[in-house]
Design a protein. Structure first.
Length: 116
């Protein structure tokens, strides 16, 4: 079972908006493969809806996040729009607080539409 919480934007004080990606799976071999190919790390996490222990993968830094997004975007269906926005967000160089805020708000709006 794979459950992906794709691309969460959050506001982190003076540094502004940041993007995050994580996914959950109960196959430890898959998680090891993901770490080997994309970096990041995984930790055990109990899913309260199931009896099994699962694992949550998170990237460690921008490079890991960009690498997995570049690989996933062509194959995504449900979260593709969000992924493209986050990839644009990560490609911004220098100070651009207004653009970062706009992209974060756009992505969060898409998430809200999916939830309703």
């Amino acid at each position: 079972m794979t459950q992906m919480e794709l691309l969460v934007f959050y506001y982190k004080g003076e540094s502004g908006y940041q993007a995050s990606l994580e996914f959950y799976n109960d196959d430890v071999q898959l998680m090891k493969w993901v770490v080997e190919h994309f970096g990041g790390q995984f930790k055990p996490k109990k899913d309260p809806r199931r009896e099994t222990i699962g694992y949550r993968w998170t990237p460690q830094g921008r490079l890991h996040l960009c690498r997995i997004l570049d690989t996933l975007i062509p194959f995504l269906v449900l979260k593709k729009s969000e992924a493209v926005i986050v990839r644009q967000f990560l490609s911004i160089s220098g100070e651009a607080p207004d653009l970062r805020k706009y992209l974060a708000n756009t992505c969060n709006s898409l998430k809200a539409k999916e939830a309703s």
